[in-house]
Design a protein around this ligand. Structure first.
Ligand SMILES: Nc1ncnc2c1ncn2[C@@H]1O[C@H](COP(=O)(O)OP(=O)(O)OP(=O)(O)O)[C@@H](O)[C@H]1O
Length: 202
């Protein structure tokens, strides 16, 4: 499904090599110290960092030369995931079919909002929410967008242990049931223990 094939990445003086095969439904947890290159790998898959050599294949198709907007990838950044002038509901809708989710897609969003306890926040502006509330809503949008590859950079960092567990189980079920793949960066070993089909340590 996702093949990262003898990929070489360069930033300044630093170089990384990655080689990874991820099957449909699998979740790869990426760990490593600060500055070890976790976000750099996600940026390369998403198209924000050109690759020095090697390839990135999604369902057999090479994507490493495509611009970010043409890649079959949904990316949850560590921060700045919402337009400040739009309500949360409008922000969520922007993740689907140019702002027009199907009724089935929107139903999935609403079910996830109930599970992650954010339904009452949908009409608010992003600036009126806490960091943990914003993070759950951004996670819902990133995971439910119909993209084969989901990239999540520390998606639970602002959540308490209970919510972290609920969100992790929900994420795992969504990825497995939809046959997509996820690459998830975390600093917590507990996330790796609970979620990783593969563990990549940088
Ligand atoms: N634009 C850039 N030019 C040169 N070096 C960079 C650039 N961006 C990041 N780096 C360096 O590349 C290395 C990897 O950064 P990266 O953000 O991938 O680390 P990380 O593992 O995600 O760290 P953290 O856990 O702190 O988020 C770091 O040493 C960083 O200083």
């Amino acid at each position: 499904m996702l093949k990262i094939n003898h990929l070489e990445l360069k930033l300044g003086e630093q170089t990384w090599q990655h080689h990874l095969q991820v099957e449909a439904g699998e979740l790869v947890v990426i760990m490593g110290g600060s500055g070890s290159g976790k976000s750099t790998l996600l940026n390369a898959v998403a198209g924000f960092l050109p690759v020095a050599s090697g390839s990135i294949l999604v369902n057999g198709q090479a994507i490493e030369s495509l611009p970010p907007e043409e890649r079959p990838v949904s990316y949850l950044f560590q921060q700045q995931n919402f337009f400040e002038h739009l309500s949360i509901e409008q922000n969520l809708k922007l993740g689907f079919n140019k702002g027009k989710p199907s009724s089935e897609q929107w139903q999935q969003v609403l079910v996830a909002c109930e599970l992650l306890e954010v339904t009452p926040l949908l009409k608010r502006l992003p600036s009126k929410l806490s960091g943990g509330q914003q993070q759950r809503l951004a996670l819902i949008r990133s995971v439910l967008r119909p993209m084969p590859v989901v990239l999540l950079d520390e998606p639970f960092s602002a959540l308490d242990d209970d919510l972290r567990q609920v969100a992790g189980q929900w994420l795992q079920a969504e990825i497995k049931n939809s046959g997509r793949v996820a690459l998830l960066v975390t600093h917590r070993q507990a996330d790796a223990d609970a979620l990783a089909d593969q563990l990549l340590i940088l």
